[in-house]
Write a protein that binds this ligand. Structure first.
Ligand code: ADP
Ligand code: MG
Length: 352
């Protein structure tokens, strides 16, 4: 059964991005206001994520890395109104099966006495020791995929692309999370640690974008604030609402986008960031519409996009794939048509 555990874990943790994503999301879920992501050798040697969140209380040490243990989802009903990033209890257990995995954690009451936790591959707690530390949790993932040689070689072979992807993803979290100080650093095998970017715990996404991409980028953007009226269609019924009820649902798209006159040279995916209710996700169909509309004003460039699609939780499903990367939006076609019109309207009102 340990092989089965390994295979299932490999569906949750597929690459560097999934490690960074799961650990950063755990920090956010723990209420952190500072998250420090440290890579060694671009993550091939280690990825460490330190947060100043709640810490883990000692009665949970035994269970946190067991399969399906989560402290976050209380009833099945909660799935439709999910507020936390995590809810499956699969990340830590998967990381135990796929890496050399350690946690140092400390709650408010215990500081400055932290506890270091070691785990077996199954997620069973192997041992604890006392170390010094501040309130929060540090998770260390070393030698990712060390026990899956094919996967490991694949990771090493594609490290350049993987690295670009993981930094892009961290940019995405850093830009959207207001009130959280992000620091991302990398240390080569030989050489000094370098900070790649950081945010300052800003109150606005605008300030976050300035920290990550620079003030020049920010100055070339206009505010994105679209309201899409969605006509009800079959299958989309709110609680306490009947199918015949013809009230429209509203979708908001908020963020920042390049002025039609100030685009970016090439289309760079790391400068086109999409979210659903603050959750970073790839939405290629949305990106396509943005790019098409934009190019009708500025044929030679592509827009910088920071777009958070805000909608009722009953209008989408994040529970599609184990890595929660795929989001299903209800009636995406209508949403995209609506968005195209609103975007054209927005660009029309800008002097091109
Ligand atoms: P999930 O996030 O789906 O609950 P995980 O496997 O990511 O599952 O984490 C398991 C549990 O470990 C969490 O529910 C939480 O109780 C605890 N945990 C994980 N990371 C942290 C953290 N950084 N700070 C506090 N608690 C954490
Ligand atoms: Mg989690």
């Amino acid at each position: 059964h340990s092989t089965v555990h390994q295979i299932q874990s490999g569906q949750v943790i597929v690459d560097l991005c999934s490690v960074a994503k799961e650990l950063v999301e755990n920090g956010i879920d723990a209420g952190a206001t500072a998250i420090d992501v440290r890579f060694k050798n671009q993550g091939l040697d280690a990825i460490e994520v330190q947060d100043n969140g709640s810490g883990i209380s000692s009665q949970n040490y035994e269970s946190i890395a067991l399969k399906h243990y989560t402290s976050k989802l209380y009833t099945y009903d909660d799935l439709s109104t999910l507020q936390t990033f995590g809810f499956r209890g699969e990340a830590l257990s998967s990381l135990c099966a796929l890496s050399i995995f350690t946690i140092v954690t400390c709650t408010q009451q215990e500081a400055p006495r932290a506890t270091k936790l070691g785990f077996e591959m199954s997620g069973k707690l192997k041992g604890t020791s006392v170390v010094s530390g501040q309130k929060g949790t540090t998770v260390v993932v070393e030698n990712l995929f060390h026990n899956l040689p094919v996967r490991r070689r694949e990771l090493e072979r594609n490290i350049k692309r993987e690295w670009g992807k993981v930094i892009g993803l961290l940019n995405q979290y850093a830009c959207v999370q207001t009130g959280v100080k992000f620091t991302v650093s990398q240390q080569p095998t030989k050489g000094k640690r370098m900070v790649l970017f950081s945010t300052k715990g800003n109150p606005t996404t605008r300030d976050n974008i300035i920290n990550v991409f620079g003030v020049k980028t920010m100055n070339a953007l206009i505010t994105l604030d679209l309201t899409l009226e969605m006509k009800p269609t079959n299958g989309l019924v709110k609680k306490g609402q009947t199918q015949e009820d013809d009230s429209t649902a509203k979708v908001h798209i908020r963020g920042h986008v390049s002025r039609p006159t100030h685009g970016e040279g090439r289309q760079t995916p790391d400068r086109q960031m999409f979210y659903v209710n603050g959750r970073p996700c790839g939405l290629p169909q949305f990106a396509k519409v943005f790019n098409e509309v934009y190019r009708s004003y500025n044929a030679s460039q592509s827009p910088f996009i920071f777009a958070d699609i805000q909608l009722d939780t009953h209008m989408y499903d994040v529970n599609v794939s184990p890595d929660k990367r795929t989001i299903l939006l209800h009636d995406q076609g209508q949403m995209l048509d609506n968005m195209r019109e609103s975007l054209i309207e927005l660009f029309e009102t800008q002097d091109v």
